[in-house]
Design a protein around this ligand. Structure first.
Ligand code: ZN
Ligand code: FE
Length: 258
């Protein structure tokens, strides 16, 4: 049985630890080693693999510390980003074979937040770093708006039943902006109530289902009339493509909301 546990780190990061009952574990995006080592020790697990989605400090800061603690750990990461400590570089279509683990995700290229961002897909789970968040998406740093839009489209081609394991607890905050875009979306309002309840109980809102995103996340609903018209109203121009709508939404949130 596979277990996926979110180790909280910093203010709002999740470091995902995958284990399957034989004492071995894979760790996704360890921005910090200390909380991961604590978790691994409590459950008597040995880190055998680190999977990195992109180069930002809050995702790679714990590589050195984990490598010091677990000598044989393999460190996987994107071929198109320069990250120190990575010894196995991955690109679209590669499969990650971790010695001693059945967990064997496939790599998808999902650039945009950064230029070389990758995701790890092991049905039904997708580890997508800072690309797709619940009711939102990553900012465009060293990638482009066109890339991030294409990456979100790509993720939406996965089965609706996919469980999305992103790297931050941003859901409630993202819902605030999603309501600017679609104030009358009943599914969004329903999700807001549910998320408020979960957060009041101290529960994580990640992972979440891709199907739910398709009903509530404006950044992947760019072909809906209501989303387009909100973006057109904000920008004051007609928008003919989903990529244009996406770009306006992302810039709108950057400028006026975040
Ligand atoms: Zn990032
Ligand atoms: Fe991050």
């Amino acid at each position: 049985m596979i277990t996926i546990h979110g180790v909280p780190a910093f203010d709002d990061n999740y470091i995902w630890v995958i284990s399957e009952g034989n004492g071995k574990a894979a760790v996704v995006d360890p921005g910090d080693e200390a909380p991961v080592i604590d978790y691994l020790q409590v459950y008597d697990l040995q880190a055998v693999a680190i999977l990195i989605t992109h180069k930002h400090y809050d995702h790679v800061g714990g590589i050195t510390g984990l490598c010091r603690q677990y000598r044989d750990v393999r460190v996987y990461g994107p071929a198109n980003e320069n990250i120190s400590g990575i010894d196995r570089k991955l690109k679209e279509g590669d499969r990650v074979d971790i010695p001693g683990m059945k967990f064997s995700p496939e790599v998808i290229d999902i650039p945009g937040h950064t230029e070389g961002h990758i995701g790890y897909y092991a049905s039904p789970a997708l580890f997508c770093g800072d690309t797709l968040f619940a009711c939102g998406c990553g900012r465009v740093f060293s990638g482009s708006f066109a890339q991030l839009h294409a990456s979100l489209v790509r993720i939406c081609e996965l089965p609706d039943s996919t469980d999305i394991y992103c790297a931050h607890e941003y859901t409630l905050d993202n819902i605030g902006f999603a309501k600017w875009v679609e104030p009358d979306n009943p599914e969004l309002l329903k999700r807001e109530k549910q998320v408020i309840g979960e957060r009041e109980q101290g529960l994580a809102t990640v992972p979440f289902r891709l199907a739910v995103e398709k009903e509530t996340n404006p950044f992947i609903r760019t072909d809906m009339d209501g989303v387009r018209s909100s973006a057109e109203k904000y920008s004051g121009t007609g928008l003919s493509t989903a990529e244009q709508v996406f770009t306006v939404l992302r810039q709108w949130k950057d400028k006026d909301y975040d």
